[in-house]
Design a protein around this ligand. Structure first.
Ligand code: OVV
Length: 403
């Protein structure tokens, strides 16, 4: 008697949701729920990709980097089929064993010991920014706070020259749009990209990076033989790509949450030690980095369904961070929540190498505000900023009531 019982492969639901459309960006939550509820793996006909939106499958994909690789790109474009728009990142778009060495270098450049050295300077800049904004009273929390604070500390910590810093946010916007499909957002960013790319290329060179900064520290690893002279500028490029716009949108998310949920602001006011978790919860709640892709290196079973080799898988980090299978009351912003396990910084070997810098900026800025501001009121129309990967606002008019 035959005993082979091939398990029936449930068919994969096809959805016609476009997660890179303006309608989706304006209100992603109903569509993210539909993506989660349709099944553990879905297929998006608009872009011909598999997708996962439940926490379990997003976490599983992130934690099997040899099956779900990054070296074919972590955007829609498959580097095995299409030429990348820029030389691939040596850390983001790499797999072990190549990834292991470059990751170790950036991990040490952004280590807990380095955070100890920069903390006082980052905190002092946050205090100065908070004083300035309380004096102003009413201002735009995106430009005047979420952008200006990171711009006042991160480029200096990197060791960048003063000149040309206006290219940094446009370059990052381009990088994060480029992970998406060839839609209007990606195409128009590419058309305007040449001056931003030229700026970044030049600032990555050793002679343009001030001694003692993150950039010089990366180049110093050439002298120890850990990386080559050709690799160092590309690793600096990773910090220029991923180190600024992410924290801008993280801080913007935190202020937007604390402005909308005044009872959470009151809790932070009564216990300033909650500042770090208030920032972390904002990263979970808004998920400034919404999506990344992987590519399958073999046929694999995922969530009980078979996915072939060479398939792009879209991971919905923001949907996973609000999956009711994983989180109690996922749509509540709760600064005392146990946030650990959220995938806003990713998970596994590629988990954000700059997370300590992000948390430092978030903690010291929210703590400085908690000590000075009694209430945050939204004082005008909230405008969304559209990007294929980053979720955040273009404008958030607020009034700070002084304590
Ligand atoms: C996480 C991230 C985003 C964008 C760019 C890079 C990394 C990079 O390594 O260039």
């Amino acid at each position: 008697m035959a005993v082979t019982t091939p398990s029936p492969t449930p068919s994969i639901p096809h959805l016609d949701i476009d997660p890179f459309s303006i309608a989706f960006f304006d209100d992603p939550f109903p569509a993210q729920e539909a993506l989660r509820e349709a099944g553990p793996v879905v297929f998006l006909d608009k872009w011909n990709v598999h997708a996962v939106a439940r926490y379990a499958e997003v976490h599983a994909v992130l934690n099997d980097p040899l099956t779900f690789c990054s070296s074919r790109g972590v955007g829609l474009s498959d580097f095995a089929k299409e030429k990348p728009w820029r030389p691939p990142s040596l850390i983001l778009e790499a797999d072990p064993p190549a990834h292991t060495r470059t990751r170790a270098v950036l991990s040490r450049v952004l280590s807990p010991a380095v955070m100890k050295d920069i903390r006082d300077g980052f905190a002092a800049a946050a205090e100065a920014k908070a004083d300035e904004l309380v004096a102003k009273g009413s201002f735009d929390a995106i430009t005047d706070l979420a952008e200006d604070y990171p711009l006042s500390v991160f480029p200096d910590a990197l060791g960048l020259q003063q000149e040309g810093r206006e290219h940094l946010l446009p370059y990052a916007g381009l990088v994060f749009n480029a992970f998406g499909p060839p839609n209007e957002l990606r195409q128009s960013a590419m058309e305007r990209s040449a001056p931003h790319q030229a700026y970044v290329q030049a600032q990555c060179q050793r002679e343009n990076l001030a001694p003692g900064g993150f950039g010089a520290c990366i180049h110093a690893r050439v002298d120890t033989g850990e990386i080559t002279a050709a690799e160092a500028p590309l690793l600096v490029r990773s910090l220029l790509s991923a180190g600024l716009d992410t924290t801008v949108n993280g801080l913007g998310a935190a202020i937007y949450c604390l402005a909308r949920f005044p009872e959470q602001w009151a809790r932070l006011r009564s216990d300033h030690s909650l500042a770090r978790n208030a920032f972390e919860e904002a990263v979970r709640y808004e998920s400034p980095v919404q999506t990344f892709f992987r590519t399958t290196t073999r046929e694999v079973e995922l969530g009980g369904v078979r996915v072939g080799e060479g398939e792009k898988i879209l991971m919905f980090l923001g949907a996973a961070n609000r999956d009711p299978r994983r989180w109690d009351d996922p749509d509540a912003y709760d600064i005392t929540r146990r946030t650990s396990g959220h995938v806003g910084f990713g998970s596994g070997i590629h988990m954000c190498v700059g997370q300590l810098v992000a948390r430092l900026e978030g903690e010291v800025m929210l703590s400085a505000l908690a000590r000075r501001v009694a209430a945050i009121e939204i004082a005008g129309p909230v405008k969304r900023r559209y990007n294929n990967t980053l979720r955040g606002l273009d404008s958030l008019p607020v009034t700070f009531k002084p304590a």
